[in-house]
Design a protein around this ligand. Sequence first.
Ligand code: AMP
Ligand code: MG
Length: 487
Amino acid sequence: MRFDNSYLQLPGRFYTELAPTPVSSPGPIRVNRELAEQLGIDAAWLASPEGTEVLAGNRLPAGAEPIATVYAGHQFGGWVPQLGDGRAILLGEVIAPDGLRFDIQLKGSGPTPYSRGGDGRAPLGPVLREYIVSEAMAAQGVPTTRSLGAVTTGDQVFREGAMPGAVLTRVAQSHIRIGTFQFFLARQDVDALRLLTDYVIERHYPAAAEAENPTVALLDAVVAGQASLLAQWQLLGFIHGVMNTDNMLLSGETIDYGPCAYMDTYHPDRVFSSIDHQGRYAYRNQPGIAHWNLARLAQALLPVMEVEEEKAVVLAQASIDVFPALFQRAYHSGMARKLGLAHTGDDDENLAEELLELMAREQVDFTLAFRRLSDLARPATRPGVGDLFEFPAAFDPWLERWQQRIADDPQASGERQARMYQANPAFIARNHLVEAAIDAAVNNDDFEPFNRLVDLLGKTCEYEPGLADYARPPQPDEVVSKTFCGT
Ligand code: AMP
Ligand code: MG
């Protein structure tokens, strides 16, 4: 790892310098060779016993300058003035051969001054979940933190009971959160806010530096990134589960795969997280919550906007007010792709809305319904998911309307279908598959199901009948309706 650590140039009140706490006996689980190569890290070294020790936090690689960063945040709407990396250590930043800068962070690496009484550790199950889902999101082209590797620790962690511990190595364009800004706003530390703003502009949005008001341009860029990100989540049926302001990155990447899940059966009110009793972060609420979180960022940027406060409020308000329209535009153009439409017409939003209403009423599988629709875009092609899913009869009038609509849309049917297959994956990280992979690893020390699932989801593959077990929805006794974050 060739480190080039820039966050450490910020003043000491942004972080605590601290090494990971060693674990008893590190054991390799998986190394993400492809990602290692993209980062200019020798994958063979990473998979070696020395690499395993590094991923466990037992050995510091040359050039690492480990820190735990501080932040604050709104958790489920309630203000928490001090959070921070309570179980994570940033080893440093590497510059990839393509010139992009990435954080290398260990998660589950022991207590820090920000642990607030927690053990600083991560159970194996949530580490595997984050590995699987983050890599599946990356393969689907969704901006996300990545998983470079995972190791077991040989130690137990105690949650509902004793469980094996693990450490995940997380890669992100940076780990700067809305909550990082909020931390300094709450302390009225305008110098720090200014430094952080400049830092984020230089690292992530260099074009904003050229704007008339770089801070407003930064906010505009973050708003646009989140609008696009949220549209991608919604179009895949992805439910994040803990959209707290400390779990939203300035870089626009999805972060913190805790109690997240993809929906099987479609319902807009779907919630999985065991701690989300009010459904604050339900599927349908996600865009609105992102907007609310962005308003918290806007607030924290006000003191940096270098104009009178009243004028700053007007500028910030105008910036975040654009979010709903940007989200809607990204969502509807994505939905048009899912429906096989090259051009959007006046009635297409209704067409999509009615499909979703039918899906909710008839309790059909979100992923398979769109995949089946893709099969129908061109009669009798290669084997599809048709043997796994048929639209109920209640869909007939809607399907007829859709057939008429696509007949008006200027695209060859083969091309339409190919595009629909792209927009409508056959495979998602289904909850019951994730749980089965975790169960085998945790209870039988068998990492085969985990590795197979990561292999399959890590490439955007074509459906074939031999893979039906990965595409089908859960049987009634396999349905997982609750997820746990493992904190
Ligand atoms: P999360 O829900 O994972 O976003 O975590 C919220 C906050 O709790 C962050 O500041 C974490 O670092 C901290 N945290 C979560 N789990 C632990 C743990 N096991 N030990 C110490 N801190 C933790
Ligand atoms: Mg978090």
